[in-house]
Design a protein around this ligand. Structure first.
Ligand code: PLP
Length: 450
């Protein structure tokens, strides 16, 4: 399987190299000018390990919409994650990896009919709803579906609100919808919610789980015996964030409201798994100095406009759609450099194409590189080649001490990944895939060759 937009190989980092070494190496190649990503698979493996140790009762269904790169899907599939799909296209993509339909939740409460028919034809049974019309649609198209009612419970502070679009009120609307479902003889199996993406108010999970429990109780009065709780997405994934507080709250709320382990608990994390795995590197192709007057102080000075080769129509669409705050880091810090009040712009001819409105940055030249970390979530799947600027290539890397996990994980003969220089004698057939390895690191045989 060819991985689009990537060189389809995984590069093993030795003990003395890291993502930044690779970035410097690629950036210093002769004629290298295009923007590129370095994607560290080890970050995803680490995140999966964190998830299973901190939220042992919650099975992750990775939200494919967040980053549908095959490298991500293959990695998470190999680790044992399940999937949350929003459409026929996403379901198809995940099924093509060999994922069984029971491991997919069709978590879009408003589904086009043809997508429901497709789900029925491939046996993806579990799907969410939050309206009466959806219930009638499903009754007509897929009466055997296993329905999950999505309730609304919004975090006070989020990166992206979702409750404005989806989720019925658990008190005012859920009982009526469940009565309709009962009258249609539909199989409702559980409750889902999504507190909002990039949740900055962990206690919302306590409220949402309590509200879900009330819906479970009401459903009993109609003769339903729910067996599924889906606690959605919202878990932060960038550097400097953790899911510790959310995990503590979720675990204690589950103990309080769902002590019976016969209820399966799942989640739909997206950015948590992929945000920190991707680092984007952009090249400065033009610079303009303009004279600006600061409106507050009245002082006049030079403002520097840097034009780079990826923008809001490409990877930085996350600024507009995902409300992401991106942080520019010049690849080479020059000691003694002069600093300027600066802005950073994308390559297209649109005035909207602004990456950074204002930052104090060191003096940089045409041809210099700017690095943006935490660019794995809601970037590549939305990027377009508007104005003819290409979507950056992805270079995939993994640290030396993780590579045997990958070796165990992927069927290399199938051509999913072409791993470089994996010595057969280091294979460890019995290693649990996502656990950190216990085998010795083979110094000297690792490579930087991309
Ligand atoms: N589930 C659903 C239904 C969503 O709409 C989203 C994001 O929009 C997610 C999961 C993933 O959310 P996050 O990336 O915040 O974990």
């Amino acid at each position: 399987m060819k991985i689009p937009n990537s060189d389809a190989r995984v590069h093993v980092l030795d003990q003395n190299s890291d993502v930044w070494t690779v970035i410097r190496d690629i950036a210093s190649r002769a004629h290298q000018e295009d923007a590129f990503y370095v994607m560290n698979i080890g970050e995803i493996i680490n995140k999966y390990d964190q998830w299973t140790s901190k939220l042992p009762r919650v099975t992750p269904h990775y939200a494919v919409k967040c980053n549908d790169s095959l490298a991500v899907l293959e990695t998470l599939n190999a680790l044992g994650a399940n999937f949350d799909c929003a459409s026929k296209g996403e379901i198809n993509k995940v099924l093509e990896l060999g994922v069984e339909p029971e491991r997919i939740i069709f978590a879009n409460p408003a589904k086009p009919s043809s997508h429901v028919r497709f789900a029925a034809s491939v046996g993806v049974q579990t799907m969410t709803f939050d309206s009466e019309n959806e219930l009638h649609k499903i009754k007509n198209l897929y009466p055997d579906a296993k329905m999950v009612i999505r309730i609304r419970c919004d975090a006070a502070e989020v990166q992206c609100q979702l409750g404005n679009k989806f989720g019925c009120d658990p008190v005012a609307e859920a009982p009526g919808l469940l009565r309709v479902a009962r009258s249609l003889d539909l199989d409702v199996v559980g409750v889902s919610f999504h507190v909002g993406s990039g949740c900055r108010e962990p206690p919302v999970f306590r409220r949402a789980i309590a509200a879900a429990k009330d819906v479970f109780e009401f459903a009993k009065t109609l003769g339903y015996e729910f067996s599924l709780l889906d606690i959605g997405g919202g878990y932060p994934g960038g550097r400097g964030t953790t899911i510790d507080e959310i995990a503590e709250i979720v675990n204690s709320a589950l103990d309080a409201h769902f002590p019976d382990e016969s209820v399966s608990v799942i989640a739909e994390p997206g950015r948590f798994f992929v945000c920190s795995a991707y680092t984007l590197v952009c090249n400065i192709h033009s610079i303009r100095n303009v004279i600006r007057t600061n409106e507050e102080t009245g002082t006049t000075g030079t403002h520097r406009m840097y034009y780079i080769n990826d923008g809001v129509y490409g990877s930085f669409n996350c600024i507009l759609y995902d409300h992401q705050v991106v942080v520019p880091q010049p690849l080479e810090e020059r000691s003694g450099a002069k600093y300027y009040e600066s802005s950073i712009w994308g390559p297209t001819c649109d005035g909207l194409d602004q990456v950074i409105e204002s930052a104090v940055l060191p003096d940089m030249k045409i041809g210099d590189w700017i690095v943006f970390e935490d660019m794995g979530a809601y970037t590549l799947p939305v990027a377009s080649p508007f104005n003819g600027f290409p979507i950056p290539t992805v270079h995939i890397v993994i640290e030396e001490n993780m590579r045997l996990i990958v070796d165990d994980m992927f069927d290399l003969t199938d051509g999913h990944f072409e791993m470089l220089r994996i010595p057969d004698n280091l294979k460890n057939e019995n290693d649990t895939p996502y656990k950190l390895p216990t085998f010795p690191i083979q110094v000297g045989d690792s490579i930087l060759d991309y």
